[in-house]
Design a protein around this ligand. Structure first.
Ligand code: ADP
Ligand code: BMX
Ligand code: ZN
Length: 289
């Protein structure tokens, strides 16, 4: 059976066909519409799936936001242009006529990365550093989604009580500091208005402010990883997302983590499936694996 896998992030939408055991083809992307209206997201999803639809027998979605009873509920609506609620499964079922499953993007990616570890570990966590900071936890071989879909949303734990306001309503969340959006929001002067990707390229050229912004993110992420270790006693933490996978970032996180007491040290790995972990995890879950 061929699965039409869809990944809805705060910055980009991706779709691909997935056959059998994780063979992916025809992957392509579109920008996520920066509009508050559900109509804009529906139209973008329709355009995204159009070239793939005829070959698929089911749909699997990994999406940013809390996924509860098939609907997307934004925890941080600012990551989706202010969109609060979107009927995800209902929309895709009506667009495709196919059975559809939806799961949070970082939870889906955690599941794919857990499979990639090949049975070596039974307790792991995945953290994406992307538009936001998302997380997924596998405990004793089971993916935790929680009673209402909130499990693993570690990006909304406290990093700094005097830190920036987070779009979720709290102050000083990890996401408000460490995410791509958080890095960009703190940029001043010559870097004001730059996105995280541009700030990374300035850091590569030795720009002092750019290096400091990335260091602030990496240090915040390392403290979060220590908290995740203390909460779950996971055997490894896998890092994904375009910021998490950016050159040199993981090495900085590792350097900060070793400065924490040894009890909080944990093996850190870059996502095996790179930018496809969400797509593949959703496909695996739709296959019942
Ligand atoms: P999404 O959040 O939609 O899943 P990404 O994982 O691509 O998407 O994360 C988007 C964030 O990553 C944005 O803040 C963007 O500026 C940043 N980004 C994209 N590419 C890079 C890169 N090569 N290096 C560093 N940051 C990047
Ligand atoms: C936010 C939250 C999470 C998501 C994470 C990463 C929303 C809309 N999203 O914390 O559900 O997993 O961002 O999302 O509240 P991404 O867009 O950065 O991949
Ligand atoms: Zn928050």
């Amino acid at each position: 059976m061929t699965t039409l896998a869809i990944d809805i992030g705060g910055t980009k939408l991706a779709a691909a066909l997935v056959d059998g055991r994780l063979q992916m083809r025809d992957r392509h992307e579109l920008p996520t519409p920066a509009s508050k209206t559900p109509q804009a997201l529906r139209a973008a999803l329709e355009a995204l799936i159009e070239p793939l639809l005829a070959q698929a027998q089911r749909v699997a979605i990994a999406s940013t936001g809390i996924i509860r009873e098939g609907a997307l509920l934004a925890l941080n609506p600012l990551n989706l242009g202010g969109l609060m609620h979107f009927p995800l499964v209902q929309t895709l079922e009506s667009l495709t006529g196919l059975p559809t499953l939806a799961v949070n993007d970082a939870q889906a990616a955690a599941w794919a990365e857990y499979h990639a570890l090949g049975g070596e570990y039974h307790d792991m966590a995945f953290i994406t550093v992307s538009t936001g900071v998302g997380g997924g936890v596998v405990s004793n071989g089971k993916l935790l989604t929680g009673a209402g879909g909130l499990a693993g949303h570690v990006g909304h734990t406290l990093a700094d009580p005097n830190g920036p306001q987070c779009g979720c309503g709290r102050v000083g969340c990890v996401e408000a500091i460490a995410s791509g959006r958080g890095i960009a929001a703190a940029a001043e002067g010559s870097l004001a208005g730059c996105d995280a990707k541009t700030i990374f390229s300035w850091a590569g050229q030795g720009d002092e402010q750019a290096c400091q912004l990335i260091q602030r993110s990496a240090c915040t992420l390392a403290r979060l990883i220590a908290d995740v270790k203390a909460t779950t006693d996971c055997q490894c933490v896998v890092i994904g997302g375009s910021v998490g996978l950016a050159e040199g970032y993981l090495a900085q996180v590792k350097a900060w983590l070793v400065q924490e007491p040894a009890a909080y040290h944990v093996k850190l790995l870059a996502a095996h499936y790179r930018h496809d972990a969400g797509l593949l995890g959703a496909a695996l879950l739709a296959q019942g694996e």
